[in-house]
Design a protein around this ligand. Structure first.
Ligand code: PHE
Ligand code: FE
Length: 288
């Protein structure tokens, strides 16, 4: 739990792990951090983020300034796709997370990072969760994908394949790229909410960029605390939806159990490769 947020610390979460956002209690410094991050990202995301991201920000009025009030944001979001955003303490158990998604509830942290450590994130804050994730929830196909993902949690648990399902989330929802007529764009929330990774993911020489393939992705390790070594690219959200919600994962999980994992930096024979990265960033030790 982020101890630096007293409004979070004083609350006992409900059975579904949610807390009250207590929007009225954000300080002007906290709103200021949001505004600084917002301006910084809007600058770097021009020509880099997927058009749906900007559309979503606009539809939800997230460019009004200050930390969004979930009550006002949810009125708009619920009308658009039936999704709502709920606040939680911090990281929550997998089954609770899946259950929220399956019921079209996106969980978000209440706290916002410190003004003097804008690039340091020990765990997802409200800027990552709301600026990064919520805009795409206004888009019907992506909204359905997120619900289907949540519904898929139980099957993955029965197969003891949560880690493999998590990789799918990681390489799509968090770090996905998409082909557009103007070139590759970012749709993954982990990239969209990071100034440095927005440039690295699209233009860096270091990472691989490979076309999305479900089983390939579910076999691939990832970097939890540094830039990714491989980004997976989709052509459309419909493609993602068909490849995942459109398939029964039972036989896939059974098959994957007998197969080795790939390293985060691997290029494999079946890959449709857009960029073969130099991996120079990772080889030099990354952030460490
Ligand atoms: N179709 C998957 C299954 O049968 C569930 C799923 C949907 C998983 C969408 C991820 C994304 O388990
Ligand atoms: Fe996230």
């Amino acid at each position: 739990m982020p101890v630096q947020d007293p409004v979070v610390a004083e609350q006992t979460p409900a059975a579904d792990h949610t807390i009250d956002q207590c929007w009225d209690r954000y300080t002007s410094e906290e709103h200021g951090v949001w505004d600084t991050l917002y301006k910084r990202q809007m600058k770097v995301l021009q020509g880099r983020a997927a058009p749906e991201h900007f559309k979503g920000l606009e539809l939800l009025n997230l460019n009004d300034g200050g930390i969004p009030d979930f009550r006002r944001m949810n009125e708009k979001l619920e009308k658009l796709t039936g999704w709502t955003v709920v606040a939680v303490h911090g990281l929550i158990p997998n089954d609770v997370f899946f259950d929220h998604l399956a019921n079209r509830r996106f969980v978000a942290g209440r706290f916002i990072r410190d003004a003097d450590k804008l690039d340091y994130l020990p765990e997802p804050d409200i800027f990552h969760d709301v600026f990064g994730h919520v805009p795409l929830l206004t888009q019907p196909v992506f909204a359905d994908y997120m619900q289907a993902y949540g519904e898929g949690g139980a099957k993955a648990a029965r197969h003891d394949m949560i880690e493999n399902l998590t990789r799918l989330y990681w390489y799509t929802v968090e770090f996905g790229l998409i082909n557009t007529p103007e070139g590759q764009r970012i749709y993954g929330a982990g990239i969209v909410s990071s100034q440095s990774e927005s440039v690295f993911a699209l233009e860096g020489r270091s990472p691989n960029r490979v076309h999305f393939d479900l089983e390939r992705v579910m076999r691939t390790d990832y970097r939890y605390d540094d830039f990714q070594q491989t980004y997976f690219v989709i052509n459309s959200y419909e493609e993602l939806m068909e490849a995942t919600a459109g398939q029964d994962f039972d036989p896939i999980y059974s098959r994957l159990k007998g197969l080795p994992d790939f390293k985060a930096s691997d290029i494999v024979e079946s890959d449709h490769v857009y960029t073969r990265g130099t991996q120079e960033y990772a080889k030099a030790g990354g952030l460490a």
